[in-house]
Ligand binder design. Structure first.
Ligand code: SAM
Length: 277
């Protein structure tokens, strides 16, 4: 019996493996794709679970539909990272005129298209452009503006840590109306969480929202969003039904509720926001 184990330091998550579908080193990272017994296929980069078929929608739908429905008419969308195609699939449910995905590692895109297929054809869609380059370089030199910019990146590592830097967030703010990023686990990775928020706070106002993604470190996951206007629940419902979006996890009620934070997370967010005042 073979197990995959993700080590979070003093705690770990073990998932039983049925089959190893791929296991190789790309130019940037070790890429593993497994068939598991209870989570379906599972993508792992450098030993960290990126998604499982069973709960990837919990993550991708909250990362994408919260900012997309915060914008009243998102026509032009940028995704940084997200080479598995899950975020792109969700973005296309809003029928944007144009979506650009900037992923550093071509091998992630290739292995996911070949063996995983959660993009459900999104990569082949006519109004989608896929660029294989560093997300930082892209946003720093971008001349065009986007209605929504979404960051679907990995945990900080040597090639991804700059896409959670203040310089990166400043460039994202310059080119977006609505901006959202995943911001790690406030419980299992409190230092990463705080650092992401501190860097965002240097350049823009933000709100934090949370949901659960069972295969991510200890289940609780967080996101940060910047937007000038936040629609109320009635407007969210109107936009959601008007756009006729089908989801597994997301609904406007969860969207609304996900911004009500427990006291211990509120404390961290408030400390970050009040730090430089
Ligand atoms: N939030 C998911 C997680 O952490 O479990 C993210 C999944 S998605 C597969 C993350 C992608 O971001 C990876 O494919 C990785 O190659 C990409 N990435 C990392 N650093 C990047 C950078 N600097 N520019 C563009 N893409 C990057």
């Amino acid at each position: 019996m073979e197990w995959f184990e993700e080590d979070y330091g003093d705690v770990s998550l073990k998932i039983r493996i049925k089959e190893v579908i791929a296991d190789f080193r790309s130019r940037y990272q070790r890429i593993q794709l497994f068939e598991t017994f209870s989570f379906g296929k599972m993508l792992v980069l450098d030993g960290k679970i990126q998604l499982t078929e069973r709960d990837e929608a919990f993550y991708h739908e909250m990362l994408v539909h919260v900012p997309m429905l915060t914008h009243k008419n998102p026509e032009k969308v940028l995704i940084i990272g997200g080479g598995d195609g899950g975020s792109l699939r969700e973005v296309l449910k809003h029928n944007p005129n144009e979506a650009i995905l900037v992923e550093l590692d071509r091998d992630v895109i290739d292995v996911c298209r070949k063996h995983l297929g959660i993009d459900e054809g999104a990569f082949e869609t006519a109004n989608v452009t896929v660029l294989v380059e560093d997300g930082m370089d892209y946003v720093i030199s971008a001349k065009e503006k986007f209605d929504v910019v979404i960051v679907d990146g990995t945990d900080p590592n040597p090639f991804s840590q700059h896409i959670s830097s203040a310089e990166f967030y400043e460039a994202c703010k310059r080119i977006s109306d609505v901006f959202a990023t995943q911001s790690q686990s406030p419980f299992a990775q409190p230092d990463y969480f705080r650092t992401v928020l501190e860097n965002i706070a240097r350049v823009m106002d933000f709100r934090v929202y949370v949901n659960y993604v069972p295969s991510y470190p200890l289940g609780l996951w967080s996101y940060a969003i910047h937007a000038e206007d936040c629609p109320d629940i009635e407007e969210l419902k109107r936009r959601f039904y008007e756009r006729n979006i089908e989801t597994v996890h997301y609904n406007p009620e969860i969207h609304h509720a996900s911004f009500y934070l427990p006291e211990w997370i509120k404390k961290i967010v408030n400390e970050v926001k009040n730090r430089d005042r």
